[in-house]
Design a protein around this ligand. Structure first.
Ligand SMILES: C[S@@+](CC[C@H](N)C(=O)[O-])C[C@H]1O[C@@H](n2cnc3c(N)ncnc32)[C@H](O)[C@@H]1O
Length: 198
């Protein structure tokens, strides 16, 4: 890892509170979260390795939740690099701000508006986008398209998903990791933008 900013070292109480917060939102919005549990540290570590291998410094995270993957992103970045974390739910945004305390730039927003959210910011042409917004709703294709639109042609796209979904319509999927012990079992796609035809 290059910077090793991660490992916020949450207490047992904080982990419990984060779990309860996440699960409570799952009960009111099961499609928006797709799982009652945050992603495992194993997935976060895989993301960290991918970002380091890609030498990614400008990183955008979509659907940051309460920060399970943000930990991995911070682990990969140097101390001078701050990821942009986009999250729809204000309660999660508040928790992210508290948990990462300036080490991540948190924006309450919708992933489908990504080009607007990054316009004029240091993340306008990111090296990498890490997305765990579930690609199971009607906006799935819009999300993939907007990510393709903001990434440069060699930009890295890491998508957590239960299936391949619309990713391969907009990206060349180079590798897929499978995490059978995650609940639910998840895939992590490593992909690069296809040329724009749609
Ligand atoms: C499967 S959870 C992943 C949370 C966290 N990244 C993790 O891996 O544990 C999906 C997250 O995406 C957020 N989300 C859903 N739709 C979104 C959208 N359109 N824009 C931004 N965030 C969204 C949800 O609120 C939730 O926090």
């Amino acid at each position: 890892m290059s910077g090793g900013q991660g490992q916020a070292g949450r207490s047992f109480g904080e982990r419990l509170r984060d779990g309860a917060l996440f699960c409570a939102h799952f009960l009111t919005d099961p499609f928006g979260l797709s799982t009652p549990l945050s992603s495992s540290p194993r997935i976060a570590a895989t993301i960290a390795r991918e970002l380091v291998a890609h030498n990614a410094h400008r990183v955008v995270e979509l659907g940051a939740g309460v920060g399970a993957l943000t930990e991995g992103i911070l682990e990969a970045l140097g101390p001078e690099d701050t990821p942009l974390c986009v999250e729809l739910k204000p309660a999660f945004c508040r928790r992210l701000e508290e948990r990462f305390d300036g080490r991540a730039h948190v924006v309450a927003g919708d992933a489908t508006q990504l080009p607007v959210l990054v316009a004029g910011t240091p993340w306008e042409r990111p090296h990498a986008v890490v997305c765990s917004v579930p690609l199971i709703t009607s906006t799935a294709r819009d999300i993939c398209r907007t990510i393709r639109d903001v990434l440069p042609s060699d930009g890295l796209y890491l998508q957590l998903a239960v299936r391949r979904g619309p990713v391969s319509e907009f990206f060349r999927v180079e590798k897929t990791y499978f995490f059978p012990l995650n609940l639910p079992p998840e895939r992590l796609h490593r992909a690069y933008p296809l040329e724009q035809t749609q």
